[in-house]
Ligand binder design. Structure first.
Ligand SMILES: CC(C)(COP(=O)(O)OP(=O)(O)OC[C@H]1O[C@@H](n2cnc3c(N)ncnc32)[C@H](O)[C@@H]1OP(=O)(O)O)[C@@H](O)C(=O)NCCC(=O)NCCS
Length: 306
């Protein structure tokens, strides 16, 4: 849809709410269902316009995700309300020195009225003083791209969302095992070697709540992934592309079912292997950053946040 179709027509009474009648407040657990509705509706609308898959399969799936973030003290969340109804939502993950922004969403019939900008400003105010803020957005999401650029974010890396069960008889994926508490320091060091910043709190958190995997080679942790089946929660780092490929092959062989991950498109060895091993490209996305950012020096995989 062109901007002309999205823009408010001159001289006509706006169907949008008066910005003054929209209020922002911190979200609570009671907002989970409403947040789920808004997240799902905004993503479904975006996906249908661009012929890609929405990030949430249903409003119930989105509400379950929202409930998890709202219950997590490492997340700050804000909602926009109009006439007693939640019409917008934004989340901020505060676990480590880089803040992860998202998801943010505004109900389709309330978009283009400045609500998204107010939500993002509230999240950025809260992130003030952090080393930086990052987010991942659909590459084709024009309003998001315009808004993020206006608020100081820069596009840093093209990504491709890949899903499926990679099969490569030549890559046995040996040395892959569940992450243990004593691996956290090594995994955090791998992240720091790639990005110049650590991510220990998030790695520790997934160790308690999920099923992260590592690749151990010659008594060293050569790669890790925090949630290989769930691209939104999954992030990782590896010493080399070959290490990341071995970890992916091992993860698939461990019978963990379908893998889902965001592959930085410039990591062409990893991308080519995933595609040749039968994974499906779902949609292009991009990583954006505001504040401190270093071009990754090693192989990396971002989550749905960064
Ligand atoms: C991104 C999103 C939250 C923005 O919400 P919103 O309330 O519509 O945003 P706003 O009205 O505050 O701002 C939109 C801006 O984009 C601009 N814009 C929209 N489409 C544009 C285009 N094609 N070209 C240039 N600018 C465009 C608008 O003019 C507006 O800018 P302005 O504030 O300078 O006038 C909303 O579009 C949404 O929910 N999208 C689906 C989910 C998503 O992509 N989330 C972000 C990543 S998680």
């Amino acid at each position: 849809m062109s901007l002309a179709l999205l823009a408010r027509p001159a001289g006509l009474p706006p169907p949008w709410p008066d910005p003054q009648s929209v209020t922002l407040r911190p979200a609570t657990m009671r907002d989970a269902e409403a947040c789920g509705r808004v997240l799902h509706a905004a993503q479904r609308d975006l996906a249908s316009r661009h012929g890609v898959e929405p990030a949430f399969a249903s409003a119930a799936v989105a509400a379950a995700r929202a409930a998890g973030w709202l219950a997590d003290p490492a997340f700050f969340a804000v909602v926009a309300e109009h006439a007693g109804e939640v019409v917008g939502v934004g989340f901020l993950q505060e676990r480590d020195e880089i803040r992860g922004i998202g998801p943010t969403a505004v109900a389709p019939r309330h978009q283009m009225a400045g609500i998204g900008r107010r939500l993002l400003r509230a999240l950025l105010d809260r992130a003030e003083g952090a080393a930086g803020a990052r987010l991942v957005q659909d590459a084709a999401a024009m309003p998001a791209a315009a808004l993020h650029a206006a608020l100081g974010f820069e596009v840093k890396a093209p990504l491709l969302l890949l899903e499926g069960c990679p099969r490569d008889p030549a890559e046995p994926g040996e040395g892959v095992r569940p992450m243990r508490p004593e691996d956290v320091t090594a995994c955090d060091a791998l992240h720091a070697a790639a990005h110049g910043v650590g991510r220990a709190q998030e790695i520790r958190h997934v160790l308690e709540a999920g099923a992260p995997l590592v690749l151990e080679r010659r008594n060293r942790i050569a790669a890790y992934l925090t949630a290989p089946e769930d691209w939104q929660a999954n992030h990782g780092a590896a010493e080399t592309a070959a290490d990341l490929i071995a970890l992916l092959a091992g993860a698939a062989r461990r019978g963990q079912g379908r893998l889902g991950l965001l592959v930085p498109s410039r990591q062409s060895d990893v991308l080519r292997w995933c595609l040749q091993a039968g994974m499906r490209a779902v949609k292009p996305m991009v990583l954006l950053a505001r504040g401190s950012y270093r071009v990754p020096a090693r192989c990396w995989v971002p989550s749905g946040l960064y």
